[in-house]
Each structure stands twice: as C-alpha cells, then as structure tokens.
Write a protein that binds this ligand. Sequence first.
Ligand SMILES: NC(=O)c1ccc[n+]([C@@H]2O[C@H](COP(=O)([O-])OP(=O)(O)OC[C@H]3O[C@@H](n4cnc5c(N)ncnc54)[C@H](O)[C@@H]3O)[C@@H](O)[C@H]2O)c1
Length: 607
Amino acid sequence: MCRCLIAQCALVLSAHFLQRIRKAFLKASPSVSLPGTLENEARRRNKKPKMHGLGLGLRTEMSGRARITALNLLRSSFNQSRSLHSPAFATKAVEDISGSQPAEVYNLVQGNWEGSSTWSWILDPLNGEPFIKVPDVQEEGLEPFVESLSRCPKYGLHNPLRAQERYLMFGDISARAAHMLAQTEVSDFFTRLIQRVSPKSYKQAQAEIYVSQKFLENFSGDQVRFLARSFAIPGNHLGQHSHGFRWPYGPVAIITPFNFPLEIPLLQLMGALYMGNKPLLKVDSKVSIVMEHMLHLLHGCGLNKEDVDFINTDGKAMNKLLLEANPRMTLFTGSSRVAEKLAVDLKGRVKLEDAGFDWKILGPDVHEVDYVAWVCDQDAYACSGQKCSAQSILFMHENWVSSELISKMQSLAERRKLEDLTVGPVLTVTTNSMLEHVNKLLQIPGSKLLFGGKPLENHSIPDIYGAIQPTAVFVPIDEILKDTNFELVTKEIFGPFQIVTEYKQDQLPKVLDACESMHAHLTAAVVSNDPLFLQEVLGRSVNGTTYAGIRARTTGAPQNHWFGPAGDPRGAGIGTPDAIRLVWSCHREIIYDIGPLPKRWEIPPST
Ligand SMILES: NC(=O)c1ccc[n+]([C@@H]2O[C@H](COP(=O)([O-])OP(=O)(O)OC[C@H]3O[C@@H](n4cnc5c(N)ncnc54)[C@H](O)[C@@H]3O)[C@@H](O)[C@H]2O)c1
C-alpha cells in the first residue's frame, strides 16, 4: 500500500519533471523537435521533414549540436518517467513503435548521446512503414568518432599492469547486467524488441537474451581478471623470469550484422571491454535500436559512458571511418564479401566471423528419425534460415532414403507460419532472388523441388525484403561436384532454404571432397553414433564448430562452447574465455632481468 503510494508520487513527480524539461527545451530552442515528435513538430508548423530516398528508406535533415545537451537531459528524464512501466532504460514501449509513433536511435560518442545531420528510416519488416529513425552519419560527420578512438592509447584503458581495478569493475557490471536480464520484464522487453526488428519466433528471440544473460553471469565477480591470467617462466639466472601477459589492442572496432541484434554485439563488446580495449561499435542500423537500449542498461549497471562509442552509419562511411581512425583491431561479423574487403583495407588487422555454408552429414545408422527430422527443420528454417550456422546442405546416407525423414521434414516445415514468426521476412535477400536461385538449381539434371519453393501469401512484408516458404531442393551428389554447378549449389542463401542430397556407402569420399572444396568452414553436424564413421568424417574436415552424434545440429551458439570458423588464421570466436582472449588480446612477454650481476663480472670478448 505504502509502496504503491510512493510509486504514484514518483510517477507524478517524474512526469512533472519531464514536462518542465520539455518546456525549457522548447523555449531554449523553439525550432527543434523532441525525440519521437519530429513529425508532430513539423505538422504543427505545416512543414514536412525533409526526406530523400536512401537504401532502405528515407533521410531527414535535423538541426545541429546545440540541441544535444538538452536532448541528453531529456532522454535521461524520459527514462526516469518510464521506469514504472517499462524497464528504466527503455526509451519507448515496444508495442508503441510503429509508423505512427516511430522510435529514434542515437549515436554515442565521447560520452554523449547525439543525433546526426542526416537520418535514415528503417522500414517495419512486417508492413513496410517507416518506424525507426536512425542517424546516418555521413563521411563529413566522422571526425568525433575518429577523435574519440584516437584518445585511447595502444596499451588500452586497462591492462595487467595498469588500472587493474577496471577488471573488477567489469566483473561487477556483468553481475548487475546479468541480474537485470534475468528479470522477466527486462527479458521480455528485449525479446519483443528483437522480434520487431529482426522478426523471429518469441522462443528464438528469447534465446538471445538467455545466452547473453548466462554469458554475463559467467564473467561476473573475479572472472574478468581471470581472463587476463598471465604466466611466468624461470629465467637463466638470478633475477630473470619471463612473464606472458594478455595485452589489449587499445582502440578497436566491432561491426555486426542484423540477424542477432543483441547476442553478437553484446558478447563481442563485453569481451573487448574486459580485456582493456576501447571499442567503437557499429551494428546494422536495421536492428541497432536493440543495442542502443542495451547500452542504456549497461550504463545503469556502471559502464562509463566514455568507454564505448556507438555509431549508426552505412557500410561505405564505416569503411572510411576505419581507414581514418585506424583501430588496432577490427572484429567483423557479416558476409564474406565485406570481410575480404576489410581484411585488405585494414592490412590484416582483423578477426572475421563471416559467411556460413553449413553442412550436415547423416551417417549409416538410422535411428531417432523424428528427432533428426525436427533438428533438421530447426537448423534449416528457424529464424527463417537467417543464422550463419543454418543448415545449408544435408548429405543423407542411402540408408536414410527409405526412412520417412524427408516427409517428416516437410510436415514440420509446413507447420511454420507468419503469425508466430516461425517463418517470416528475410532481410537481405528478396523473394525474387531466392526463387530465381531455386529455378537455376532446378535446371541441374536430376534435381527436384522437395517442398516449398513458393512465395509466402497474405502478408504485407515490403518488396525490399524476402518472403518464401521453407524450401528444400534435391541435387544429385555427382552433379554437385561438377565445376559448372559447385559454386551455384554452395552459394549461401540467407533465408529459409537448403539443398538435400544422398550418397551411397562408397561415395563418402565424394561427400568429404565437397566439404573440403567449400570456402566457409563455420559449423557442421555429423549425425551418427557410429564411432568409426565419426572418426572418418571428423578427421577429414575442418569446420570450427562441429556437432557429432545422433543429436548433432548445425545451429546453436550458446555461451558454453566456442563458436567460430576454423581453417583461417583470421577466424574469430565468440562466447567463451578462449574466444575472448584470442579475439580481444594479444600476447606480450615481459622478461624481468633485475640482477644482481655475478660477483667479479667482467666485460667478455665481443661476439
Ligand atoms: N560467422 C558468424 O558468426 C556470423 C554471424 C552472423 C552472420 N554472419 C554472416 O553475415 C551475413 C549476413 O549479414 P549481412 O548480409 O547483413 O552482412 P553484411 O556483410 O552486408 O553486413 C554486416 C555489417 O557490416 C557492415 N558493412 C557493410 N559493408 C561494410 C564496409 N565496407 N565496411 C564496414 N562495414 C560494413 C554492415 O552495415 C553491417 O553492419 C551472412 O553471410 C552470415 O553468414 C556470420
């Protein structure tokens, strides 16, 4: 009762405070619109915001730096006023974000939340309405980000010999953030926010929160300093010993794609911070609203605002920023095309998590058909196939052909529906290009459509995105291996699509040749409990995250095991202590040699 009264008073007071700030803000700068009210303001003055077509959507011209301090103030008071209804860091309730009530995202640079002179609109993947306004920093607006990164020395914000208390600080921040993410209200907020921008089922979106929460728990307390564990080796004489340290890179950049709006950027960001780096984070603008909110949460948990910069811009401007700011290391997660470009532009100072063309081989022992069919369905079609670990090709041993595997996979695929987002918009491949790909495959002799292959119906997903039924195309193994077909068949389609093929007992070498020839070696699954079969396949393949056994899957990047490609020295990892150490720190050896000199030491002859 008493608590309820206090809460009501707090609500009235914070609403009152917000109102005062708004009035003061408008008085100080009458030509400026408040967050979320640009359109209202423009309407009031009988003017439309200026818009130009740009990539995904539209741009609007906004006023400059003068309003920023007031905006920062307003945003923090707005947060306070919402805190009784939504998580305190939420700038808008998820269900309110829409064409009529668009959300706005801000950049964070040198400790300040800022807008940009140019903005772009993100289109709602479910109905095409412009629903999130995001800064679109142009090349001439990069300077503050370059300047901010340049302030961080190469020896980082902390390292094993300096500012050691920050290791403990990050342990505390992680503990608090883990606690926050464990709250149902917070977890539900992030789950639904992810669903809004990267449509996937509630369970799939929630898995990102779960993994992030467990990851933060894992690095609570003293675990951050344990990441920087060093070692010492006795030297050659008295006073000499060598110490191997995990040293930060200092200024670093993180670039992440749209498909895991929280998990990928958060885990990489925290890893970078734990090891003493200052990261500049760029998340695909389509989904950056999620990390913007996570940064608010982290600030609430004690993260210094100057420790991370956050930019919303397109790939071209980001590329330029990297060349100008010259981060000591860039972690890139995304397509192989961009990965290869950055590797050259940044002269190899990169770690890469790029495309996946992930294979699954079913061995000779046929059992648990229902289970295997269900895992195939999840691997190929959950998140509408938009996981880098999605099952791209299924090699079936001949013994599985007479089982009901394919028909079971088909019925599972047909259960998927747009209403619960078990199938939904594909954000980087259009319907036409996916269907065109299917048609090209069907020209290959012996190939056939197993199921799917049609556009989704009765929806308002805009044409810039894709919408097709979960689809499987059969292509004979001998045809796959032909030079004329191999590239086409092994092209990653980042949507609900897979290739299926079968092999005879004596054709296993052909299957392994196909896997060897693929250029991406991210995830794989060997579905068999036959130890000799497992040994043969595992010993002749390379994929970085490989599941083996009758329950094997291709997807799954939990915090408890390494996830990343193998076979490439530039390959990064995510999630585990090893991944963090490999990606976010380098080895430094300090050889202490303090003497004393041996008694009666004399200068020896030159050598
Ligand atoms: N290996 C992994 O862990 C992993 C995880 C998720 C996604 N992926 C891959 O990501 C791809 C899907 O994402 P996408 O199509 O959006 O990828 P993408 O390469 O087009 O974009 C990824 C990010 O890079 C930015 N970017 C684009 N060009 C850039 C440039 N020249 N310089 C700097 N930044 C640039 C984008 O704005 C985005 O933030 C798939 O190939 C998928 O397999 C890999």
